[in-house]
Design a protein around this ligand. Structure first.
Ligand code: ZN
Length: 440
């Protein structure tokens, strides 16, 4: 409605009201008395009394709406103030987290402390503050912040997990396990909680529970690298539990189960082979090694087969030859050449070695095998030359490298200090067996 129309309507309404008021006075000329009970009474023209009552009603309506408008205004002001406070706390938190990431831990702790003071229910700010305090070594204060937040927000899984981490960092594995168990109780399918709880249980010597949780994690983890890591954790826990189990048919059956399920998991293959040799079944052990080598001719398994050549050189060489001709890989041919050289079949060893390209990746191992063949032939000068090429002046051992952290060892290992299992391989063979035991 335009303003002119609105003015016209108002004028019309005023005219109608004036006419009605005139008519009211015209037809009600006499006086009337309005009794107000104990307050007395009002006397006057009836029309005036009626109009007065109307006016009182209008005034009440106007006052009520004015009061409502005032309340609404005050509430909006309070909301604005709260929003401003929240925005301020958020800015403090964001800046604090940025400082934390850039290594300015003290400044970060100060900012985050202020953020948490303003908004104690901001979990992000609380967790960042705990990180900062832990980084400063003030675990007691970090613990207090976490306890306070737990009182405010209740037992949230992320909060419980952080409390557990703090306990674990203080060496209190038992308390950490309890915290994680409580978090897991609230989020039973969380792969992260399952992984961490399994690790803590294993560290606390509760292998069976750890394996069960690792199994649940594997079931909860979708496809992709996280699933591979879940499988690795599950296998590693099962393998480590068996490592400390006493020799016997049960342990052997459990190892055989892992090998059947995951034939490419080298630690279980080698542990089963050791077990079989200890229990007087070298033929069975050789069969297991042979099967494993055919599936994945990796250095650790092939070297183990070669070592068996000491007890029955011909059989081991025959197996290695079969594997080398089938796989065609440089690693299997190098191991075959070593076995032949050790058995005194120098010419055949040289022929095998000649069939391996001295690529960048295999060059050091290629030279070492050449040195071993020269030694077997009695050619000390050639051996020294090859060994020098391989190791800059000294006959170094064959290297085993961890695909996880790159650590180098002179002998194969099932477990690495970095926590990985089945990550070592002889030579840096392409596509080494890092963390993907089932893909082979
Ligand atoms: Zn490692």
């Amino acid at each position: 409605m335009t303003s002119r129309l609105r003015a016209l309507a108002a004028a019309l309404a005023l005219l109608v009201a004036a006419a009605l008021t005139g008519l009211l006075f015209h037809f009600n000329r006499g006086d009337a008395t309005l009794s107000l009970g104990p307050l007395g009474s009002l006397a006057g023209p009836l029309a005036a009394l009626v109009l007065g009552a109307f006016a009182c009603g209008m005034a009440t309506i106007w006052l009520t709406s004015a009061a409502r408008r005032l309340t609404r205004g005050a509430l909006a002001l309070r909301g604005q103030r709260r929003r401003r406070l929240r925005d301020g706390a958020q800015r403090l938190r964001d800046e604090g987290i940025e400082r934390l990431w850039s290594g300015q831990t003290t400044a970060a702790a100060r900012l985050l402390e202020r953020a948490v003071e303003r908004r104690p229910d901001d979990l992000e700010a609380v967790l960042a503050l705990v990180d900062a305090l832990a980084g400063l070594g003030d675990t007691a204060r970090a613990q207090r912040v976490l306890d306070d937040t737990r009182t405010t927000l209740g037992p949230l899984p992320r909060l419980l997990a952080r409390i557990g981490d703090l306990h674990a960092a203080q060496g209190n594995t038992g308390a950490a396990i309890e915290d994680y168990r409580e978090a897991l109780h609230r989020l039973p399918a969380s792969p992260h909680l399952l992984e961490r709880t399994a690790t803590l249980l294993a560290a606390g010597g509760r292998a069976e529970d750890a394996i069960e949780l690792a199994r649940r994690r594997l079931a909860a983890e979708p496809q992709g690298p996280r699933r591979e890591s879940a499988r690795e954790q599950w296998l590693a826990l099962r393998y480590r539990a068996l490592q400390s189990a006493p020799d016997g048919p049960e342990t052997r059956a459990a190892l055989a189960r892992i090998v059947n399920e995951f034939p490419g998991f080298t630690p279980a293959v080698l542990a089963l082979v050791d077990h079989m040799i200890r229990s007087g079944d070298p033929r069975g052990a050789e069969r297991i090694l042979d099967q494993a080598a055919r599936r994945s001719p990796n250095g650790a398994i092939l070297e183990r087969l070669r070592e068996m050549a000491v007890t029955s050189p011909e059989a081991a060489i025959r197996r290695l030859r079969g594997i080398a001709s089938r796989s065609g890989g440089g690693v299997s041919k190098l191991v075959l050449a070593r076995a032949l050289a050790a058995a005194g079949q120098v010419a055949e060893a040289a022929t095998e070695l000649a069939g391996v390209e001295r690529s960048n990746q295999l060059a050091p191992e290629h030279d070492l095998v050449a040195g071993e063949i020269a030694l077997a032939r009695g050619d000390a000068a050639a051996a020294a030359h090859e060994f020098q090429r391989a190791a800059d002046g000294s006959h170094r051992a064959f290297a085993h490298r961890c695909a996880g952290c790159g650590r180098s060892e002179t002998s194969w290992r099932a477990d690495c200090e970095c926590g990985r299992c089945d990550s070592y391989d002889w030579v840096a063979a392409p596509g080494g067996n890092a963390g993907a035991p089932a893909s082979k």
